[in-house]
Design a protein around this ligand. Structure first.
Ligand SMILES: Nc1nc2c(ncn2[C@@H]2O[C@H](COP(=O)(O)OP(=O)(O)OP(=O)(O)O)[C@@H](O)[C@H]2O)c(=O)[nH]1
Ligand SMILES: [Mg+2]
Length: 309
C-alpha cells in the first residue's frame, strides 16, 4: 500500500464518525423528485446538526435550491453537492506548513488550551519534517509542568532529534532564545516550541508570547515565523471561540485540528475554514506518529461527506 493511499484510509477511517453523523442526519430527507422549501430547510438543519456551521449550511442550501439534478435526485447526489461545496471552502485554507525561512532556523510556536494535543502534534510535525530531510530541534517551552518537559524529551529521544529544555518553573523565553542560538550554531532548519496549555482568556499567555517575541527579536526579527494554534475537534463549536480569542491575543498564523478520529463533530473544521479563512496546516486523525498530515481539500471533503472515491 502506498504512503498516499494509507493516509487516505486513515483520513476516511478518522472521519467515519463525522460522515455517519452527516448520513444519519440526511437519511430520509430526499424522498421527493424535487427539493421543496421544507426539504431544503430540513437539509440545512441536518448540516447545522453535523457541525458544519450555519454559514456553510446556508450556502449549501442555496446551491441545492438552484441545482438541476441531471442524474436524478438522491441522497448520493445531495452528498456530492455537499462534497463540492466543502471542497471550495477548504481549498484556500489547505496550506501545508512550509519550511522556507531564511536565515534558518524557522521558529514554530505551538499554542493552545490544555490537552488540545500540542505536544503530540509537535512530535508528529517533527516526524513530517524529518521525512522531508529537514533538521529538527525541539524546545520545551512548557515549563509549567515537570511532566510536560519529560513528555517532550521522550519524543525527542524516540525521533532522534535534539531538544533544549530548562528547569520546571523556568523562563520559556530564555529556553526559546537558547534554542535559536543552538539551532543556528548547528545548522538546524526548524525549531518547534512547545508551550504550556492555557485557558484562552488568560493574559499571561499574551505576556509570555510577547516576551518570547521580544527576546527572539534580538536574534531574528522574523521569529517566531509561525504561531500555530492546536484545536481539539471533540470540543466542537468551542473550537471556534478558541480561534477567536487566540487570534486576538497571540497573532495566530495557522491552525492544526486534532482528534478528528474521536468525534462526530469533524464538520467543525469546515465551519472554522468558512468563518476564519485561516490556513489549516494539518489534521490529526489518531494517536500514532503517522496520524497527522496536511490534507487535500477534495479528499477531506469526500471523507466528511462519506463519498469513497
Ligand atoms: N485520538 C487522538 N488522540 C490525540 C490526537 N492528538 C492528540 N491526542 C491525544 O490527546 C492527549 C493530549 O495530548 P497532548 O499532546 O499531551 O496535549 P497538550 O495540548 O500538549 O496537553 P497539555 O500539555 O496538558 O496542555 C494525548 O493522549 C494524545 O495522545 C489525535 O489526533 N487523535
Ligand atoms: Mg503538552
Amino acid at each position: 500500500m502506498s504512503e498516499n493511499s494509507s493516509w487516505k484510509d486513515r483520513l476516511f477511517g478518522g472521519f467515519s464518525k463525522t460522515s455517519s453523523r452527516l448520513t444519519e442526519n440526511l437519511t430520509g430527507l430526499v424522498t421527493k423528485a424535487k427539493l421543496d422549501d421544507a426539504t431544503l430547510d430540513d437539509i440545512e438543519d441536518a448540516l447545522i446538526m453535523s457541525d458544519l456551521g450555519p454559514a456553510t449550511a446556508a450556502s449549501i442550501r442555496e446551491k441545492l435550491a438552484t441545482e438541476r439534478f441531471e442524474k436524478g435526485l438522491s441522497e448520493q447526489a445531495v452528498k456530492e453537492i455537499i462534497q463540492r461545496e466543502i471542497t471550495a471552502i477548504l481549498e484556500p485554507v489547505a496550506v501545508p506548513l512550509e519550511i522556507d525561512a531564511f536565515p534558518r532556523p524557522q521558529v514554530i510556536l505551538v499554542i493552545g488550551v490544555n490537552g488540545s494535543g500540542k505536544t503530540t502534534t509537535i512530535a508528529k510535525l517533527a516526524h513530517l519534517f524529518l521525512e522531508q530531510d529537514y533538521g529538527v530541534m525541539l524546545a520545551a517551552g512548557d515549563t509549567f509542568r515537570a511532566a510536560a518537559i519529560g513528555q517532550l524529551k521522550v519524543w525527542a529521544e524516540r525521533l532522534g532529534v535534539p531538544i533544549v529544555s530548562g528547569p520546571q518553573g523556568g523562563d520559556s523565553a530564555s529556553i526559546v532564545y537558547e534554542g535559536v542560538k543552538q539551532a543556528t550554531a548547528t545548522g538546524i532548519d526548524v525549531l518547534i516550541v512547545d508551550t504550556a496549555g492555557r485557558l484562552q482568556n488568560r493574559s499571561e499567555l499574551m505576556d509570555e508570547l510577547d516576551k518570547i517575541r521580544r527576546v527572539l527579536g534580538r536574534l531574528n526579527p522574523e521569529a517566531p515565523h509561525n504561531v500555530v494554534l492546536v484545536l481539539d475537534a471533540t470540543t466542537g463549536q468551542n473550537a471556534l471561540s478558541q480561534i477567536e480569542v487566540f487570534q486576538d491575543v497571540a497573532k495566530v498564523t495557522g491552525l492544526i485540528m486534532t482528534k478528528l478520529d474521536g468525534t462526530a463533530r469533524g464538520g467543525v473544521l469546515v465551519a472554522a475554514a468558512k468563518q476564519f479563512g485561516m490556513p489549516i496546516h494539518a489534521i490529526g486523525v489518531g494517536e500514532t506518529i503517522e496520524d497527522l498530515r496536511p490534507f487535500k481539500a477534495k479528499d477531506l471533503a469526500a471523507a466528511i461527506a462519506g463519498i469513497e472515491s
